[in-house]
Ligand binder design. Structure first.
Ligand code: ADP
Ligand code: MG
Length: 599
């Protein structure tokens, strides 16, 4: 590599006007990808730049593009391709800010969904830099409303995302149509085979700039994990939001389905949240994003792939609702918080069977993720009280039309309430803290011996498996009998689960012994699962998976009969559809499961 690291923008020898703009934008010093990327691009060679989301890749190519534009030549001199309309707009806006003090530079964003006639009119006026999505750029090329004979620089921004979105062919035909002697620059958060093959075909002896991960996770990000039962994750999430007063939050999860479920759950609890995933139309995406940016929504829930197509950074926090399947995703996810000198929080909610993935992330990032303590109900009441008192005090200090409301107290006094009672009731209503079925002791999973030592469950050996199960049955019995699930206490559940060990035994002999119950209880539907004892699944695995995936309370799940090759499980009739939807093709303990209504 021929590049050195520069500490300041001045040292990069940039144009005065750009330096002035950078100052106004509040960029104090170049980020690592900028420090290395800007000089490389300025040198004129082709460049491949790899750095995670939110590390400032836009300015890394944007500044040199602006440096090399000649505004006196009335032709498109640079073409920047971006995966989405949103990113195209965002890049052109950033270029606009960077070129604020430069004279006569015209930048145009062109993307699908916008009127092509309007775009043609602006293009006719003359444009120096085009920022566009591949589809729409192709469109203009075919209509000959865009001419690229004078293009000197061609940038592929967020290349991995563009390929993920299926733009490969478009990109290739655009590249093939550009003047031979152009400079080609490719930026991407990740490098994959298809990207490498594009670079081989279309880049000429490129300089490779890769910002190493260690620098990325060493940012100002507080990384903490919480051991949480799958079904308690939303509850714990809301407690963390309350506790740390998180006002802009990105929640990540692994599947689209989960996005919808989490959003619904959060909304029911009164949190302003919306989801982003691949199924949304562009218009819906833009809506969701503008509400989030305006602060109308404070929580955005997204899958990894969907989140890569959007521009959000510098958030108060990121919550990993589940642990990503790929270590690199973790780095991407948490990189959305704690930027530019602000500190951010990255919380990971770890179910028991996700713990090993967390460990491998620690190994990969070489950063220790601290274990956190889930805030208790009292903690939450405490912080909400403190905030309430502060808000009321501010409201009293600022108020100027209080006489409009003076008679409210009098009216309530008249009804026989004391001032204390009135204030108490109002505080409760405004603070909105409510006890729900999640008591403090029902959120975390407990560490058991087998978590520390592998294979702990197998020490009973084959002939005693039944005993092993009885033990499990007992555990669930215990857990459900107590008042741990809160007021709806599990008297029914306790009884139902306690004999499960026995049923497990019976299940094991199921082929010859008669079943204790051949039809489910009224109100329950019996489901068939394609996993059984041979797959080493236990009742707790099934409860955990169904409760967690279908988002129904574990205690409502009824009888579970595990046979060698399959299992019957009873779930409430009204939840049966949801369970089928959530579980089919899903996995339990890493094993794919088919699920159906039992015949
Ligand atoms: P990427 O393309 O790598 O995901 P962006 O270019 O979108 O990242 O930058 C992310 C955010 O960081 C933007 O809001 C941008 O304005 C800001 N930013 C970029 N470079 C700097 C810098 N040197 N100092 C402070 N903020 C920066
Ligand atoms: Mg970018």
């Amino acid at each position: 590599m021929t590049t050195e690291t520069f500490q300041t923008f001045e040292e990069l020898g940039l144009n005065e006007n750009i330096l002035k703009a950078l100052q106004e934008m509040g960029f104090e010093k170049p980020s690592p990808i900028q420090a290395q990327g800007i000089p490389a691009v300025l040198q004129g060679s082709d460049v491949i730049g790899q750095a995670q989301t939110g590390t400032g890749k836009t300015a890394a190519f944007g500044i040199p593009v602006l440096e090399r534009i000649d505004p006196s030549v009335n032709a498109v001199q640079a073409l920047i391709l971006c995966p989405t309309r949103e990113l195209a707009v965002q890049v052109s806006e950033e270029l606009g800010r960077l070129s604020k003090f430069m004279r006569g530079v015209r930048i145009e964003a062109i993307y699908g969904g916008d009127s092509i006639d309007r775009q043609i009119r602006s293009l006719k006026k003359g444009v120096h830099i085009v920022v566009g999505t591949p589809g729409r750029v192709m469109d203009h090329m075919e209509r000959r409303t865009l001419k690229f004979d004078e293009v000197r620089m061609m940038v592929l921004d967020e290349a991995d995302e563009m390929l993920d979105m299926g733009f490969r062919e478009d990109i290739e035909s655009i590249l093939a149509d550009m003047p031979e002697d152009r400079q080609t620059i490719l930026f991407s958060a990740t490098m994959s085979k298809p990207i490498m093959s594009i670079t081989k075909r279309f880049l000429n002896d490129p300089t490779l700039i890769k910002v190493v991960r260690n620098e990325l996770t060493n940012q100002n990000i507080e990384q903490v994990y919480f051991e949480v039962k799958p079904q308690a994750k939303v509850e714990v999430m809301t407690r963390l939001i309350d506790m740390y007063h998180i006002k802009s939050l990105l929640v990540f999860c692994n599947t689209k389905r989960k996005v919808d479920e989490i959003v619904e759950d959060l909304q029911l609890r009164g949190y302003a949240s919306e989801g982003i995933h691949g199924d949304l139309r562009q218009q819906q995406r833009s809506n969701v994003m503008s509400k989030f940016k305006a602060g109308v929504t404070t929580i955005l829930v997204a899958t990894d792939v969907a989140a890569r197509g959007i521009d959000v950074s510098g958030l108060d926090g990121v919550i990993n609702y589940d642990i990503p399947m790929d270590e690199e995703y973790y780095v991407h996810r948490i990189g959305r918080t704690g930027r530019a000198g602000m500190s951010g929080k990255a919380f990971s909610l770890v179910a028991r069977d996700e713990k090993y993935r967390l460990k491998s992330i620690e190994g990969y990032t070489k950063v220790k993720i601290e274990k956190g303590v889930i805030p208790s109900f009292e903690d939450i009441v405490g912080v909400r009280k403190a905030r309430f008192v502060e808000n009321i005090s501010n409201s009293i200090k600022d108020s100027n039309d209080e006489e409009l409301y003076n008679d409210v107290l009098e009216m309530l006094h008249h009804s026989g309430f004391s001032t204390e009672q009135i204030v108490g009731a109002m505080a409760k209503q405004i603070m909105g803290v409510q006890k729900n079925e999640y008591s403090d002791s029902n959120l975390a999973w407990e560490e058991r011996r087998s978590d520390r030592r592998e294979g702990g469950n197998d020490r009973f050996g084959d002939d005693r498996r039944g005993r092993g199960d009885r033990r499990e049955g007992g555990r669930f019995g215990e857990r459900r009998e107590g008042s741990r699930f809160g007021d709806r206490g599990g008297d029914r559940g306790g009884d139902r689960y306690a004999p499960r060990g026995e049923r497990g035994d019976r299940g094991e002999r199921g082929d010859r012994g008669e079943r204790r119950q051949s039809t489910p209880e009224p109100g329950m539907t019996r489901l068939f699962l394609s996993l059984g004892r041979k797959d080493h699944i236990m009742p707790k695995d099934i409860v955990g998976a169904i409760a967690g995936e279908a988002n129904i309370p574990g205690k409502t799940i009824g009888a579970i009969d595990i046979y060698d090759k399959f299992t019957f499980v009873d779930v409430p009739e009204r939840d049966a559809r949801a369970v089928l939807r959530a579980m089919d093709g899903n996995t339990i303990k890493g094993k794919p499961v088919q699920i159906d209504i039992a015949k």
